[in-house]
Write a protein that binds this ligand. Structure first.
Ligand SMILES: NC(=O)C1=CN([C@@H]2O[C@H](COP(=O)(O)OP(=O)(O)OC[C@H]3O[C@@H](n4cnc5c(N)ncnc54)[C@H](OP(=O)(O)O)[C@@H]3O)[C@@H](O)[C@H]2O)C=CC1
Ligand SMILES: O=C(O)CCC(=O)C(=O)O
Length: 379
């Protein structure tokens, strides 16, 4: 595990387990120089410690990128989110981390967890503190139900469209994943005048070159959940094919590492907007840049979730729930400005967009570390 550590972190890695439920979990606090550790908790049957450490590092850059004062952290639970024992596993996870939660880490939503789970976390914490992403009935900001992250992904795409030479009106968009990020991205792209030609889940890829009916997809998802692509009807392409379709815009919004160097060489889109965390490998980022394909990096494009989470953190101390309109407006403003800055800096510094965005975020984290006396004294 020591090989995970570099000059930025992680500062703390806590591994927990529970013999009764079989839950295994990990909390990674990557870098808390700018504030308390904050990031979503992922539940997946194949989760690894290294995966959570990589996600926690993304959070360090994400909070610094939007200049909000939280530290990079992420947690993960190795457990099947469809199991009837999910609640017991989640409660065991929170109980095992009672030293760290919420003093050093505040839970939020990531893959496999929903607002209902955040409510369970809140119940487990009692008067020790709050979870974030709880339902409106608990005074929370239900950011996955609101679709804030996907909304922000499409806003970032809109800001990048001029640089990429891809006007969004009429652009064909292919979206991988139709969960909290994917559905909301598809909805916002359609509102911005783009044509959503493909969406996918693990079941396969729905593809219609003349455009899918996004309203119908959203209605089907509300009723059938994950089974949405099968319920829509029509043939399905194999998972992965959505990355290579004829489309101007590609939005990977499911899992990490789906765009390898090899896949990057075959992507047809002119603009890739990363809804998921870590969907492109470093090699793929280089290939895409060499091919002149504009990439909006994950921690720039999907930062709508952290902006909403920051509102939710503030709401913990207020009797007034933030207005969703205010949250969406803040996301649009922050992500558009940041996207334009990152693309301009990448061009100016002759770096990939990931490199430029990381350098900008690192400057802020380094400044906080210096002020706290945390920089290395070794030469
Ligand atoms: N929720 C948020 O606010 C934020 C999420 N993210 C990141 O966005 C990504 C998605 O998260 P989120 O939408 O919350 O997760 P969800 O669990 O809500 O949805 C994930 C979606 O991806 C689909 N999927 C999983 N694997 C594949 C695959 N190999 N090919 C195609 N589709 C696949 C799932 O299909 P099925 O339903 O069939 O399993 C589901 O539709 C993650 O990387 C997450 O870390 C980043 C910032 C904020
Ligand atoms: O911090 C949160 O509550 C959710 C945001 C998150 O996990 C992410 O952006 O990946």
């Amino acid at each position: 595990m020591f090989e995970l550590i570099d000059e930025w972190g992680p500062e703390k890695v806590v591994v927990v387990s529970d013999s009764r439920t079989g839950m295994r979990g990990v909390l990674v606090i990557d870098n808390a120089a700018r504030g308390v550790g904050k990031g979503g908790t992922r539940m997946s049957p194949s989760l690894t410690v290294a995966e959570v450490a990589r996600l926690a590092r993304v959070m360090t850059w994400k909070w610094a990128g939007v200049d909000l004062f939280y530290g990079g952290a992420k947690a993960g639970i190795r457990f099947d989110p469809s199991s009837p024992h999910k609640e017991a596993a989640l409660r065991a996870f929170v109980r095992r981390l009672s030293n760290e939660v919420p003093r050093e880490y505040v839970l939020g939503l990531d893959m496999g967890l929903t607002e209902r789970d955040a409510a369970i976390v809140q119940d487990e914490l009692g008067d020790r503190g709050a979870a974030v992403g709880t339902p409106a009935e608990l005074g929370g900001v239900p950011y996955d139900e609101l679709g804030v992250t996907g909304f922000g992904v499409a806003e970032a795409a809109s800001a990048a469209s001029a640089v990429a030479g891809v006007p969004l009106a009429g652009a064909r968009v292919s979206v991988q994943g139709f969960g909290a990020v994917g559905w909301a991205a598809a909805k916002r792209f359609a509102e911005l005048g783009a044509t959503v030609v493909a969406v996918s889940t693990v079941d396969g890829v729905l593809h219609d070159p003349s455009g899918l009916d996004v309203t119908r997809l959203l209605e089907l998802r509300a009723v059938h959940g994950d089974a949405v692509v099968r319920e829509y009807g029509g043939p399905l392409l194999r998972p992965g094919e959505e990355l290579l379709l004829d489309a101007e815009v590609l939005v990977p919004a499911a899992v990490q590492d789906v765009i390898s160097e090899e896949v990057a060489g075959r992507v047809k889109a002119r603009l890739v907007v990363e809804g998921a965390n870590l969907p492109t490998t470093p090699g793929a980022q280089r290939v895409l840049a060499e091919r002149g394909i504009t990439v909006v990096p994950d921690f720039v494009a999907n930062a709508g979730g952290v902006v909403a989470a920051a509102f939710a953190m503030d709401a913990r101390y207020s009797a007034f729930r933030p207005d969703p309109g205010e949250i969406f407006a803040a996301i649009s403003a922050k992500l558009r400005t940041n996207t334009e800055l990152v693309l301009a800096e990448a061009a100016r510094r002759e770096r990939t967009t990931h490199e430029a965005a990381r350098e900008l975020a690192q400057d802020r984290v380094r400044a906080a570390m210096a002020l706290r006396g945390r920089l290395s004294t070794r030469s």
